[in-house]
Ligand binder design. Structure first.
Ligand SMILES: [Zn+2]
Length: 221
């Protein structure tokens, strides 16, 4: 049987869900690791003075077998961190994703064009996943055209959200679901999305589990 997959969360999840928990660079603890993680610099928490020191820690942390991905990292035009510094760090995260062969989970606010340009420039082998996608079909199509995955969260519960149209059109091979910082259950999220897509929840569960196996090279069952 396929399992629920929560591709991006900041909260502990129950054991019936395969989840990737976000940890900021420098904060990963191999001793208390149980489950799967992504480790990286969130654009909100990059500090000019210390990020290079933390980078040394990060290079060790990403080698741990429970760390399946780099991130969430990315670009955010409405946060305090200078955009040029965000870009500098994000490029290092792209390179780290490629050198460690671990996919990149991306936080993106109002910088989709930059993400697409970087994807064209670097042509990464590793998959990129835009987490918390809540924009319209045009932006979704441009990202999907590049082969970038989308991950959807609590916004699918909002009947005014532009993602509802995106969800109706997207192939089941191109997306993930996530709880992010919200305390929502995967049961509820999968049911909501399956009904928007007019798809059977079991079939969707199987597709998303296969996406997880393919993208994160997960060999378990
Ligand atoms: Zn997050």
């Amino acid at each position: 049987m396929s399992k629920y997959v929560n591709v991006h969360t900041h909260l502990e999840q129950n054991e019936n869900v395969i989840s990737i928990m976000h940890v900021n660079a420098g904060d990963f603890s191999a001793e208390s690791a149980h489950g799967f993680y992504s480790v990286g610099f969130h654009p909100w928490y990059i500090h000019e003075s210390i990020w290079k020191d933390k980078m040394e820690k990060l290079k060790v942390e990403v080698k741990h077998p429970t760390v399946l991905a780099i991130g969430e990292s990315g670009l955010d035009k409405v946060c305090e961190t200078p955009f040029s510094l965000q870009l500098e760090v994000f490029v290092v995260m792209i390179e780290l994703s490629e050198s460690t062969k671990k996919p990149l989970i991306i936080h993106c606010v109002r910088a989709f064009q930059e993400i697409i340009e970087l994807h064209k420039k670097f042509q990464p082998v590793q998959h990129w996943i835009i987490h918390g996608f809540n924009r319209n079909q045009n932006i979704a199509s441009a990202l999907l055209h590049q082969g970038i995955f989308l991950s959807f969260g609590a916004d699918v519960m909002n009947s005014d959200s532009p993602v509802l149209e995106v969800l109706k059109n997207i192939s089941s091979h191109e997306f993930f679901l996530e709880s992010d910082t919200k305390d929502i259950s995967m049961d509820e999220l999968y049911l909501t999305v399956a009904s928007i897509r007019e798809e059977k929840v079991e079939a969707m569960k199987e597709s998303l589990f296969n996406n997880f196996k393919n993208v994160f090279k997960y060999a378990g069952s």
